[in-house]
Design a binder for this molecule. Structure first.
Ligand SMILES: [Zn+2]
Length: 336
């Protein structure tokens, strides 16, 4: 039998829980998918919804009318609860929940079930949560409600206690690597590097893979490491300007640096190729390593860690980005 929910990597215990419910066609009235962002909570909620609504024997079949409707976002019995104006509103109002409640008590029009997904449930106002509570206490038999949240502590304890919890956890690197190879047909070395960047969050790897700007970012980053190893400070600062686009990007580049320096350390210690994160960049790493001061590596890691904290806490983006490069240059170039 084909495994269910294969689109989502990891989260075996959650998948097991849901697969069991599917097998029995017996669902909790409310689920809470909780855990850090980027682990596929909403994607799995949609897959589970597709499975509940799919009439085939091995749901979700991805081939029937119902599954197509779910994929196209047009299934009449699947509602995604969002702010009234998702572009502007940062919370889900009580009115939105009241409309949902009116709808939930109507019998399904197609099939036996109605499914409601509330992504990022922490953005429900307290009033909205209270309104939802009554329905969670006495839901109609045909309804399944799924909440997803990375900040469940912002939900009322009474809401939490009425949901069956499904905990999402960071995914092991090896698992992400294998999944990237299978799902995206990636060569092993590239899958390995992406899985390392993903740092437990498969979404990060997928975003990098799918976005052109991420590919450019990697190219720019590689150029930056070359410029650093050639010891030219002002071209380095110029090349480093892409670090200053926004805080999130800069944090990403900092973790790219940390992975890179780690690889340089592995090379300088004569470690095996299989220990490298950037196995596809072995030649580049070896050349750079020959030019850099190996004893500066631990200090370089400390500089990067400090910059990360500065940036998260209060740091001025342009200043931190520039200082990182100046300091890396200082501690990694021989004779500076
Ligand atoms: Zn189907």
């Amino acid at each position: 039998m084909k495994p269910v929910f294969e689109k989502i990597v990891g989260q075996e215990s959650v998948k097991k829980l849901l697969a069991h419910a599917l097998q029995q066609r017996a669902y909790s009235h409310a689920y809470l998918f909780e855990g850090p962002t980027g682990l596929g909570k909403e994607a799995l909620a949609r897959e589970f919804a597709a499975a509940i609504l799919c009439p085939s024997e091995n749901p979700p079949c991805h081939t029937c009318h119902s599954c197509h409707q779910v994929a196209a976002g047009t299934h009449p019995e699947l509602r995604i609860i969002q702010p009234e104006d998702p572009e502007k509103d940062t919370s889900v109002s009580v009115e939105v929940i009241r409309t949902m409640i009116k709808d939930i008590y109507l019998k399904p029009y197609q099939g036996d079930w109605k499914v409601y997904i509330i992504p990022r449930a922490e953005i429900l106002t307290f009033q909205a949560q209270n309104a939802l509570l009554k329905t969670l206490e006495e839901p109609p038999d045909h309804a399944v409600i799924m909440l997803t949240s990375s900040q469940p502590e912002k939900l009322l304890p009474t809401v939490l206690s009425r949901c069956q919890k499904a905990n999402f956890r960071p995914v092991k690197r090896e698992r992400i690597e294998k999944w990237l190879q299978e799902m995206y047909n990636l060569p092993q070395k590239q899958a390995y590097a992406l899985a390392a960047y993903a740092n437990g969050t498969p979404d990060r790897a997928v975003k990098m893979l799918e976005s052109e700007s991420h590919r450019q970012q990697i190219q720019l980053f590689l150029t930056l490491t070359d410029t650093l190893s050639e010891g030219r400070l002002s071209p380095l600062l110029e090349a480093g300007e892409f670090l200053q686009q926004d805080k999130q990007k800069t944090l990403e580049v900092l973790s790219m640096w940390q992975a890179w320096i780690r690889d340089l350390q592995v090379i300088s210690l004569g470690g095996e190729e299989s220990l490298l994160i950037h196995q596809d960049q072995l030649e580049r790493l070896t050349q750079q390593s020959a030019r850099l001061t190996t004893r500066g590596y631990p200090q370089a890691q400390a500089i990067l860690e400090e910059a990360r904290e500065d940036l998260i806490n209060y740091g001025n983006l342009a200043f931190v980005s520039e200082m990182v490069l100046v300091n890396l240059h200082k501690c990694l170039m021989p004779g500076t």
